[in-house]
Write a protein that binds this ligand. Structure first.
Ligand code: OGA
Ligand code: MN
Length: 295
């Protein structure tokens, strides 16, 4: 990070305002027009992401073309293997919950596309319609959770890998919870049953490519620990999940129309709160493909 960018992340320098969302992580930025970032400003925005892991940029004005163009600056736009993008803009997924829809997409703790050998780097959601109240998104800081563990636990985890699975049926079959309930966690809504091929092993502790920090790395797609049965893995994964989702390691984004929230899937889990029955919520989502195999 250059001295200039580090100064700019301390509000209210450099013409835009940064407010932290919790003691642990997350930031809200006002006064930065993402559609019009020169090279230095883009670098500052990237450093905001590395520093805060989740950033909600308020009052953004994109059309579909300029939104895709902005996203392309962060890396390759991920084409979801299972979900259809918009007809005119296949890189943009429209995430809609209508007044009559019963279930909300992403309503469980997860990190996006962990079942991919090179899992998603960033996801951005751009709010087009939001409920009068409710429909917030929660985030959990897996790096802070890792840091809080004992040296003994850290050492044990060092050698372990998670087996991550896209298939809802496989996750359910491996689950130790009753078959009529949902999988313990996961973005199962994202994956239609007919499209369930993708599986990948990733270290349970990975080193973040940009910050160099170690972070836990698992989520709702983690079916078991490599070399262990799901039954043997479940208590360990459940314990780690209880650490990750401690209130101390969470932050919460309250949406406004025209807010764009980005999060770093490499070190953050997220959860869409389904508390707005009878109301509409519509988001435009773009995911930035990962460019590394986690190590
Ligand atoms: C997602 C997701 C959360 C939300 O788009 O990957 O989980 O709050 N969305 O809509
Ligand atoms: Mn998600």
């Amino acid at each position: 990070m250059t001295p200039e960018t580090s100064a700019a992340t301390e509000a209210p320098a450099a013409g835009f305002d940064v407010k932290t969302l919790s003691g642990s992580f997350g930031a809200e930025v006002r006064g930065l027009d993402l559609s019009n970032l020169d090279k230095d400003r883009f670098e500052q925005a990237y450093q905001l992401m590395v520093e805060h892991k989740v950033v909600v940029f308020r009052d953004q004005h994109f059309d579909l073309d300029s939104y895709e163009a902005f996203a392309g600056r962060w890396g390759r736009i991920h084409k979801h293997p299972f979900m259809r993008g918009m007809d005119s803009h296949p890189g943009i997924l429209e995430i809609v919950k209508t007044e009559t829809d019963r279930r909300a997409f992403g309503n469980a703790w997860h990190s996006d596309q962990m079942f991919n050998p090179k899992p998603a780097k960033f996801t951005m959601l751009y709010a087009r319609e939001v409920p009068d109240r409710g429909g917030d998104t929660m985030f959990a800081n897996m790096s802070a959770a890792y840091e809080s563990l004992s040296d003994g636990m850290k050492t044990m985890l060092e050698t372990l890998r998670g087996w991550n699975v896209g298939s809802r049926e496989k996750l359910r079959a491996a689950s130790t919870v009753p078959s009529n309930s949902r999988p313990p966690a996961g973005m199962q809504e994202e994956i239609p049953p007919e499209e369930q091929q993708t599986e990948a092993s990733h270290p349970l502790v990975r080193t973040h490519q940009d910050s160099g920090d170690k972070t836990l790395y698992f989520g709702g797609h983690t079916m078991h620990i490599d070399g262990m049965t799901p039954t043997e893995s479940a208590p360990i994964l459940r314990y780690l999940q209880s650490v990750v989702t401690r209130p101390e390691f969470q932050c919460r984004v309250e949406w406004e129309v025209d807010s764009l929230t980005m999060w770093d899937n490499r070190c953050v889990q997220h959860y869409a709160i389904d508390d707005y029955a009878g109301q509409r919520r519509r988001m435009h989502r773009i995911t930035i493909a990962g460019d590394e195999i986690p190590v």
